[in-house]
Write a protein that binds this ligand. Structure first.
Ligand SMILES: Cc1cc2nc3c(=O)[nH]c(=O)nc-3n(C[C@H](O)[C@H](O)[C@H](O)COP(=O)(O)OP(=O)(O)OC[C@H]3O[C@@H](n4cnc5c(N)ncnc54)[C@H](O)[C@@H]3O)c2cc1C
Length: 391
């Protein structure tokens, strides 16, 4: 098989890149190791920045998002029983975010790709990216039990943190920056209308909790738990009791309960692989960087990377200049590091660290007080949350 752009992975990064290339008239092949149902039902992100919404619309993938996505103009911070709303449009000159699940973004992009785009092969596992530093990079893959080779002009590794693309970058040419956190998130999906109409980020002595939603009838809630927690160790009623404690307020607000349909634990990690390019192999999304989910940035960063790649390749085809492709890593990393900083700030602001001293605990509360009382501090949070501009 031969194509212009070989895309490894059909998560949001790979699927959106395929769509952007289709719109630009550039052919590609997408290889995805899992089946379609798995990709369409993997519960993960849910918050789209304004820039991501604009890109999906411009790519012709915004119709259902515009119909059923929920525009959110703020979030609530909770600490010490108090509630403080951060009003995004008032602080950022009109920006907001949209609640639309990653599962739905993937469903929309898969449907478009299968109807209009180039080949999208499910259950096609990339085994290795080879000859990345030549003009003819290749992806060796296995599809329906048969090994094959995809010859490309460019390969984009969109295969997430555990993928194979990053392994094609020689160790001596890369640098990794990372931090793990001594806690994770126990996430549940519940068939109950959200108890609040905006996301609630609660800092409690017992740990962080997040109230979020997937639709007007489905809630998504998270609890900070020790690293390596087994989700089966938590009975459903225990989860609701703990959420109720952490969201408690001084007023009569109540958390509604409902049947829990999914439970999982997510580790918290910050990770950046530099550079994001080796020869004709480009890394995008979680294949190149991970942020803890507190800042809701992972999917949005993946979108930024593939927009940058699609623009750079289009520019190269139109003008013959590889300048934007050469600048890919630098361009993406500027935005990546701003998102890393914001996600780290949100995480350390809201999660009591089990190893922290009482002094550090008080500092955390002082940081929250500062946001609740200073327009400048609150604006910094609102700007970070609603997103950093694409370069
Ligand atoms: C609990 C949780 C909550 C989150 N909340 C948010 C949020 O609110 N907002 C936000 O922006 N982000 C959030 N994120 C992060 C977001 O989900 C990820 O950043 C996003 O999925 C990255 O997309 P991606 O396409 O780069 O990688 P992935 O979604 O990981 O997709 C990679 C794809 O590659 C495939 N693959 C892997 N190896 C191979 C191979 N060898 N061959 C072929 N295919 C392969 C995988 O099966 C997968 O389909 C959250 C993440 C988690 C876990």
């Amino acid at each position: 098989m031969r194509t212009t752009v070989g895309i490894v992975g059909a998560g949001p990064a790979g699927l959106l890149l395929a769509r952007l290339l289709h719109v630009a008239g550039i052919d590609c092949v997408v290889l995805e190791s899992r089946d379609r149902a798995y990709v369409e039902h993997r519960q993960r992100a849910g918050i789209l920045e304004q820039g991501t919404v604009d890109v999906l619309r411009a790519a012709g993938a915004g119709e259902r998002m515009d119909r059923v996505g929920l525009r959110h103009d703020g979030i609530e911070l909770r600490f010490g029983g108090r509630r403080h709303r951060v009003d995004f449009p008032a602080l950022t000159g009109g920006r907001s975010v949209t609640v639309y699940a990653q599962t739905e973004v993937c469903k929309d992009l898969i449907a478009l790709q299968l109807a209009q785009g180039g080949p999208l092969l499910f259950e096609a596992e990339a085994l290795a990216v080879e000859d990345a530093d030549t003009d003819r990079p290749r992806v060796r893959f296995r599809h329906e039990g048969v090994e094959d080779v995809l010859e490309c002009d460019y390969v984009v590794g969109c295969d997430g943190f555990w993928g194979v693309a990053r392994k094609a970058v020689p160790a001596g040419t890369a640098r990794v920056f990372e931090r793990t956190y001594p806690f994770g998130w126990l996430g549940i999906l519940a068939d109950v209308p959200p108890s609040h109409d905006e996301l609630v980020y609660a800092r409690h002595e017992r740990g962080f909790a997040l109230l979020s939603m997937r639709s007007p009838s489905v809630s998504r809630l998270y609890l900070q738990v020790p690293q390596d927690t087994d989700p089966r160790a938590w009975a459903d009623e225990e989860i609701w009791d703990e959420l109720t404690r952490r969201f408690a307020t001084d007023d009569d607000w109540r958390l509604e309960r409902g049947p829990i349909t999914q439970k999982s634990v997510t580790p918290m990690r910050s990770y950046v692989h530099e550079p994001m390019r080796h020869g004709r192999l480009f890394l995008a999304g979680d294949a190149a960087h991970i942020v803890p989910p507190t800042g809701a940035k992972g999917l949005n960063l993946a979108v930024g990377d593939v927009v940058t790649f699609a623009r750079a390749l289009t520019h190269q085809r139109r003008t013959g200049s590889p300048a934007l492709l050469d600048a890919y890593s630098q361009t993406c990393l500027r935005r990546v590091w701003q998102a890393e900083r914001f996600s780290y700030d949100m995480t350390t602001l809201l999660h009591p660290d089990p190893g922290a001293t009482p002094f550090e605990g008080r500092l955390q509360l002082a940081r929250l007080e500062r946001i609740a009382s200073s327009r400048a501090a609150e604006t910094d949070l609102a700007e970070g949350y609603t997103g950093f501009a694409f370069d």
